[in-house]
Ligand binder design. Structure first.
Ligand code: GRG
Length: 294
């Protein structure tokens, strides 16, 4: 399968999985399901679940068997976006070109929708896992994902980001914050994919290195797009980081240097997986992220 075709295939699996595990509930629970579905079923790129399934397949698994984990990770990603948009966090009105969750359902429901996605993620990962996946490996993968989403991961990074609104960070602190806040979910995708297949050796090491490099490149590209992207395609206003006084990679290094850094990090990501047979999709995906517009 061509890389683009494969990404579309993975995205379609994720869409089906999310429809199954976040059904259109009627009755008393209609509102919480609707709020969770509004964000989770929105047109995201589904990159993290695609990476999880691809690394699982690269380690010898059947990609479809990892779907509960891929969807769980996507639910966690969506919970973080809902909470990130809240007025007490980044206070954004738009996400993926549509009103943010709290703009449609209100702040209290948005908070609960995020919580609901986080808990549902672990329910799905730990109750739907496939008989071909050893429970020990499933537990390992779930614990990697929990660690990456938690205090030494995404939540810790978000807390650092909030602190940086008062005390401007040094470049190294900014990089560390980004590694945690957004990088750790890339790590979760790549490492959990390997762990589900019982892989702990060379491929796991390469997956971790790949995740680290694309995670940073992705965030720097995000900062570039916040300066010069097309708001229609990017799905939110341009210049919002600057308007909020956020310290970004562009503020430290300038646009030209940031473009160079994205390319360098991408090359390193490609090199990390290039020795692995069947890694063409991963290589191509890393390259495509350098030219992404959304
Ligand atoms: C509030 C607990 C909590 C965490 C928030 C993830 C996060 C931490 C903040 C997101 C801030 C942000 C928008 C960073 C830019 C990088 C990023 C995560 C972009 C969104 O990811 P994509 O482009 O989204 O993969 P799609 O829409 O394709 O799913």
């Amino acid at each position: 399968m061509e890389p683009r075709e494969k990404l579309a295939y993975y995205a379609s699996l994720v869409q089906q999985g999310l429809e199954t595990w976040l059904p259109d509930e009627k009755g008393e629970l209609r509102q919480i399901f609707a709020a969770a579905r509004y964000s989770a079923l929105a047109p995201g790129k589904r990159l993290r679940p695609a990476l999880l399934m691809e690394f699982y397949a690269l380690c010898g698994g059947q990609a479809e068997d990892a779907l509960p984990f891929a969807c769980g990770l996507e639910m966690i990603h969506n919970y973080s976006l809902i909470h990130d948009d809240l007025p007490c966090m980044d206070d954004d009105d738009l996400r993926r070109g549509r009103p943010a969750n709290h703009k449609v359902y209100g702040e209290a429901a948005a908070l609960l929708a995020g919580d609901a996605l986080l808990t549902r993620a672990f329910e799905v990962m730990l109750s739907q896992s496939c008989p071909r996946i050893s429970p020990v490996w499933a537990m390992k993968a779930a614990s990697i994902i929990a660690f990456c989403a938690g205090m030494e991961g995404m939540i810790g990074g978000q807390m650092m980001d909030l602190a940086f609104e008062k005390n401007r960070p040094q470049a190294q602190q900014l990089e560390e914050m980004v590694r945690l806040k957004t990088g750790r979910l890339w790590l979760a995708a790549c490492a959990a994919g390997c762990a589900l297949a019982g892989e702990e050796g060379d491929k796991m090491q390469r997956a971790r290195h790949y995740a680290d490099r694309i995670g940073l490149a992705f965030q720097i590209q995000d900062d570039i797009l916040d300066c010069e992207g097309d708001p229609e395609i990017f799905g939110k206003p341009i210049g919002s980081d600057q308007a909020k006084g956020k310290t970004t990679f562009v503020a430290f290094y300038g646009l030209e240097e940031c473009r160079r850094m994205v390319q360098e990090l991408t090359d390193q990501a490609v090199q990390a997986v290039a020795p692995l047979p069947g890694s063409e999709f991963l290589q191509q995906l890393a390259q495509e992220l350098t030219t992404r517009q959304k």
